[in-house]
Design a protein around this ligand. Structure first.
Ligand SMILES: *[C@@H]1O[C@H](CO)[C@@H](O)[C@H](O)[C@H]1NC(C)=O
Ligand SMILES: *[C@@H]1O[C@H](CO)[C@@H](O)[C@H](O)[C@H]1NC(C)=O
Ligand SMILES: *[C@@H]1O[C@H](CO)[C@@H](O)[C@H](O)[C@H]1NC(C)=O
Ligand SMILES: *[C@@H]1O[C@H](CO)[C@@H](O)[C@H](O)[C@H]1NC(C)=O
Ligand SMILES: *[C@@H]1O[C@H](CO)[C@@H](O)[C@H](O)[C@H]1NC(C)=O
Length: 455
């Protein structure tokens, strides 16, 4: 970089020297000083200009127009400066690190809060297993710190969804509140960090239907609310709506439900995302013919019932009401995958459809979807209002005849799929990485950052 500037520098030097030719030595010193400042200014300008060029890769259009001398100087600067010490470690350059040097301390809790549950293999594979996956990924990651004083956030690893009922096989989460409360009791009495911030830099996962309210029924979830001791904290939750709701009135990051990345990869080998699709519109899952009125609410707000009644005999639709272990292969064979609400607005189908290249048809009014900056949901999915579910056939026909190809092209971008999958080891751009990106937006809660910046 210094070399690059030397030619222009010498020119300026030469001009200056000629001007000062007749002046005394004392004055010459002043000129030297002025000249020095000028070069410094010039170097700094060039430095910022080249670092701008490096962080904003020029697009092909501006490249092809790089014909004047100014641009050729700039592109030379680009080539040469990439080898200078300034640019050898782009990660140490603050604005370049998307995770902003984030550091997380992971509490080491007694095994009854987490590891013990893993004796049941389902615990780390079912749809609520992000509580396990995020913990695992953090333990192995570069953002983990063992020095609590260096930590921006404190992760509290409690698995609450792994207590499967012997009656229906669903997770029983009745014990979740007391389990979490006792974990907080332990960390707040053995470390000073919880009390210091009243838990506001502490992170929990709430991957169940109504997230931080820890109940599977909405009316009960609302009545119980978010446990008092968690209200200051940051909650990673699958539940998200874009209207006011008691179960999200806490700092939160919406996360996708857990789908095993291994099963997705295996399936994609058999049915590639851009392969042949012989099912037009697909849904498999619970569909009640005559849904019961449970405390004033009907399952799926009757949306699934309408789908079944209206389209079961329609040959374009492949609707199944019973469980089938191989259903991911059906998603891989389908063009449109229906993702209607159940009790909660979200469902694992959202992730499975995207991961396996089937256009998700989201029928869940007001749903707030995970990682909207990484996953451009409006470009890769269709949203149908609950009240329009009876017109589903016509809506899908219209899309099929107009922009289906464009939607599929966006959908099949591997980066989209990757953003919704939790890997055991964090990969840049994957779901845990997106969670960390989300946490960087709440760095004002970091005790370390705030106390450093106010010094
Ligand atoms: C920059 O460094 C790389 C290796 O780090 C080397 O291959 C390349 O030739 C260098 N380029 C210049 C312009 O010195
Ligand atoms: C599992 O859940 C049931 C029902 O909520 C509860 O009674 C039981 O105590 C839980 N088991 C453990 C080990 O927490
Ligand atoms: C934190 O506060 C609680 C309740 O006020 C107290 O019982 C506990 O000892 C405190 N923890 C520490 C480490 O001082
Ligand atoms: C559903 O049940 C609630 C009480 O649980 C009742 O108030 C409401 O009228 C019922 N709705 C219908 C349509 O029957
Ligand atoms: C595709 O068309 C539908 C219906 O006209 C529209 O709602 C949707 O926004 C379009 N999507 C894209 C990605 O163009």
């Amino acid at each position: 970089m210094v070399e690059l500037q030397s030619s222009s520098k010498n020119k300026g030097f030469y001009v200056r020297m000629r001007l000062s030719h007749k002046q005394a030595r004392q004055q010459e010193k002043n000129i030297f000083f002025k000249y020095y400042k000028w070069v410094l200014w010039f170097s700094l300008t060039l430095y910022f200009f080249t670092s701008y060029l490096i962080s904003h890769k020029p697009n092909p259009i501006s490249k092809s127009h790089a014909v004047n001398s100014k641009s050729s100087v700039a592109s030379r600067a680009l080539v040469e400066s990439t080898n200078s010490t300034f640019f050898k470690h782009p990660r140490s350059h603050r604005s370049e690190d998307p995770l902003k040097g984030l550091k997380i301390f992971v509490y080491d809790l007694p095994s009854k809060y987490n590891a013990d549950w893993l004796s049941n293999e389902r615990c780390s594979n079912h749809l609520f297993a992000s509580e396990v996956a995020i913990h695992k990924a953090l333990l192995n990651s570069d953002v983990r710190t063992f020095d609590q004083h260096e930590a921006d956030f404190f992760f509290v690893p409690v698995y609450v969804s792994c207590n499967f009922s012997t009656v229906n096989g669903f997770p029983a989460i009745g014990h979740a509140r007391s389990l979490l409360a006792s974990a907080v009791e332990i960390i707040s009495s053995s470390y000073p960090f919880w009390n210091r911030s009243r838990g506001s830099d502490h992170v929990f996962v709430a991957s169940h239907d109504y997230g931080a309210c820890f109940h599977a029924m909405e009316d009960r979830a609302i009545a119980d609310g978010i446990p008092e001791f968690m209200k200051n904290s940051i909650i990673l939750q699958t539940f998200g709506v874009n209207y006011k709701h008691p179960c999200q009135e806490v700092e939160n990051v919406v996360i996708p439900p857990y789908i095993s990345p291994k099963s997705v990869r295996n399936m994609l080998e058999k049915v590639p995302a851009n392969g042949r699709r012989d099912i037009w519109a697909f849904f498999r899952g619970k569909m009640e013919m005559n849904p019961k009125n449970v405390s004033g609410r009907y399952y799926s707000k009757k949306v699934r019932t309408v789908i079944w009644r209206k389209y079961n005999s329609d040959r374009r639709f492949y609707l199944q009401r019973h469980r089938y272990a191989g259903y991911q292969s059906e998603i891989g064979r389908s063009v449109f995958c229906l993702c209607p609400l159940g009790w909660a607005p979200w469902s694992p189908r959202l992730v499975e459809s995207v991961a396996l290249g089937c256009v998700p048809v989201i029928i869940a009014d007001g749903i707030r979807l995970p990682f909207p900056t990484a996953v451009r949901w409006p470009d890769i999915s269709l949203t149908v209002a609950e009240k329009d579910v009876g017109k589903l056939g016509r809506i899908l026909e219209h899309v099929g005849a107009t922009n289906l190809t464009a939607i599929q092209r966006n959908l099949w971008d591997p980066a989209t799929r990757s953003a919704l999958l939790f890997n055991d080891m964090i990969e840049e751009g994957d779901a845990t990485w997106q969670v960390l990106r989300g946490l960087t937006k709440t760095l004002d809660r970091s005790y370390r950052r705030v106390s450093v910046s106010t010094q």
